[in-house]
Write a protein that binds this ligand. Structure first.
Ligand code: SER
Length: 316
């Protein structure tokens, strides 16, 4: 299968590329950034700007993908510091992708939405079909992207589907999200022996380990359309508090110093997001099931982070 991956150099794309290659997919990676060393040699890397329709159209016309996995986005924390750029990348970028899919007859556009699509005051766990009243630029553009995709589906017949990801954790470089404190506890905890989280110890949002997130993407993308009762699905795995994550890191890195100094802006974003998601529709319609909880993820992560940073750097 031919897959065009936008935002291929980001946190998700970096881990997804080798998995697509191992499945035998032919992949065109589209990103503003230059080709990273981690990109498998089988992948063609095309530097391009998602906000310019001509660049997206050229990529889609030439490559003729069967599916586009649209990952390119400005995330929540960065989005609040450059809201106009977040609007351009998230709104114009998504419209450009959908337009290119319409013009050049791409079968499926897979959209990566987020817990940031939700706003405060919802009953927990939060289901798929609730009022979407996000308070961040990132969240509101993601909601609009969900709706725009559904518009292209019913107006132009594009197969549009996607997931609302929890905060994602991997042995990688995060992309400017508000959920990044969790990843930094593991990576900075191992590399520097300490990390100060920008949230309270009680902060609690849904999280997912990257291998589960990538598997969810591929499973939903491959699911028979007739099984899907909706286009966008919540998916869930775990909802640890920041302190519970810290305890999981402390149990694996002796002597690590994990402290908390809440930043008002990012804490307010976390407070506006769900504590937990109800993903029963994904489990029913396409058999979604997570594999990793906090303990399993933490065990799996440690050797990968060690490989990422080269040297454990763990204090005695
Ligand atoms: N990880 C994202 C963020 O923090 C949420 O989708 O912005």
């Amino acid at each position: 299968m031919k897959i065009l991956l936008t935002g291929a150099g980001g946190q998700i794309g970096t881990d997804m590329l080798p998995i697509l290659v191992s499945r035998g997919d032919e992949v065109l990676a589209f990103d503003l950034a230059p080709r990273p060393d981690t990109c498998p040699p089988e992948v063609e890397w095309l530097r391009g700007d998602i906000t310019y329709a001509a660049e997206v159209n050229t990529a889609v016309e030439r490559f003729q993908p069967d599916r586009i996995f649209h990952l390119a986005a400005i995330l929540s924390a960065v989005g609040e510091s450059v809201p106009h750029r977040a609007w351009r990348v998230n709104m114009d970028g998504t419209r450009n992708v959908l337009e290119a899919a319409r013009i050049f007859g791409v079968d499926q556009v897979f959209y990566t939405s987020t817990i940031a699509a939700f706003g405060p005051g919802l009953d927990q766990p939060v289901g798929d079909h609730v009022p979407l009243r996000p308070t961040t630029m990132y969240g509101l553009t993601k909601v609009a992207g969900e709706l725009l995709g559904e518009y292209y589906e019913h107006t132009w017949g594009i197969d549009f589907r996607g997931v609302r990801f929890p905060g994602l954790i991997n042995a990688g470089i995060p992309g400017g999200g508000t959920s990044d404190y969790a990843l930094f506890m593991y990576v900075d905890g191992m590399r520097d022996g300490r990390y100060e989280s920008f949230c309270t110890p009680e902060a609690k949002i849904p999280f997912m380990y990257m291998p589960d997130a990538i598997r969810a993407t591929l499973e939903l993308s491959d699911a028979p359309k007739e099984k899907l009762g909706q286009s966008i699905y919540n998916i869930a795995a775990m909802s640890p508090s920041a302190d519970e994550i810290a305890d999981a890191v402390r149990a694996r890195i002796p002597g690590v110093e994990l402290t908390f100094a809440p930043d008002p802006l990012r804490q307010a974003i976390l407070d506006s997001w769900p504590d937990a998601l109800d993903d029963s529709n994904a489990r029913r319609d396409w058999g979604w099931s997570h594999e990793f909880d906090l303990e399993a993820m933490s065990d799996d992560l440690m050797p990968k982070i060690r490989a990422l940073i080269g040297d454990p750097g763990v204090p005695a």
